[in-house]
Design a protein around this ligand. Structure first.
Ligand code: NAD
Length: 251
């Protein structure tokens, strides 16, 4: 539970990187997916059309800024109904950004709004929608290995990701009250266009042979963790609090 085949899913940050890889796997397994992102509508629709070619499920694109609560609600709660006639029972709050610690208060706050507030609101909205529809579902939030371990290079980003872990593992009561299992994935360094590239550059500046650069993950490898969490009903937020995609811990 929930079976991916024929299910309705909503994913934020789905236009590239980890979110796109998760969307692709879900469509390949037969889900109908709303791909939510800031990317402009035309490019987003083209990405969704590419995924539809996979043949099993379908995808539609929805342009949304997850920090705008009304827009988030429209995208997460209304768009799946409109596109697929069903509420999303698989919700992946994945959109995230990173800024330097000296970026200034306004940019740090914007990062917190994306990485933390939108994840909390998205989880709560999903839980209400799923309960109201009389269904059961799963919410997977994207945290980071930097939400489990110190990340001195980007302290504010680390704070936002520790918040996602703390929030997600504290949502266990939603399983009983709303029929919604909440969990999070904590990826290590992953090769993606924005966040991954930011960290690769930062670590390379410190040391061209930095250990974190040696074993970067591909988005497809990280996506497997989401699929495993979605498919295994036993992995609730405290039975398996987090699913780290460990790379450098093994080095
Ligand atoms: P990415 O930056 O390439 O993709 C992030 C996507 O989120 C982009 O498509 C972007 O347009 C979208 N987005 C950003 N702000 C948004 C907003 N306000 N509303 C809607 N969409 C928005 O990188 P990624 O690495 O795939 O990032 C996905 C998640 O994984 C993030 O939460 C990130 O913090 C996390 N993460 C990444 C790494 C890594 O090394 N790449 C490691 C750990 C965690």
């Amino acid at each position: 539970m929930p079976a991916i085949q024929g299910s309705t899913a909503w994913i934020s940050g789905a236009a590239q990187g980890i979110g796109l890889a998760v969307a692709r796997e879900l469509v390949a397994k037969g889900a109908n997916v709303v791909m939510a992102d800031l990317l402009d509508e035309t490019k987003g629709q083209s990405l969704a059309a590419d995924l539809c070619q996979l043949g099993a499920g379908t995808a539609v694109y929805d342009r949304v800024d997850v920090t705008d609560t009304a827009s988030l609600h429209r995208s997460l709660v209304e768009k799946p109904q409109e596109a697929f006639g069903c509420c999303a029972t698989i919700v992946v709050n994945n959109a995230g950004i990173v800024v330097n610690d000296d970026a200034g208060d306004a940019k740090i706050k914007s990062m917190m709004d994306v990485n933390m507030m939108a994840v909390m609101k998205g989880t709560q909205m999903a839980a209400e929608a799923i309960r109201s529809a009389g269904k059961k579902g799963v919410v997977i939030n994207t945290a980071s290995m930097g939400g489990l371990l110190p990340l001195p290079e980007t302290q504010a980003y680390a704070a936002s990701k520790w918040a996602v872990v703390g929030f997600s593992i504290s949502c266990r009561p939603l399983k009983k009250s709303h029929g919604v299992r909440v969990n999070c994935v904590c990826p290590a360094m992953t090769q993606t266009p924005a966040v991954g590239t930011f960290f690769a550059k930062k670590f390379k500046e410190q040391d061209a042979n930095h250990p974190l650069l040696k074993d970067q993950l591909l988005p497809e490898e990280v996506a497997d963790a989401y699929i495993a969490l979605i498919e295994n009903d036993k992995l609730n937020s405290q039975a398996a609090a987090i699913m780290p995609q460990v790379s450098y811990l093994h080095n």
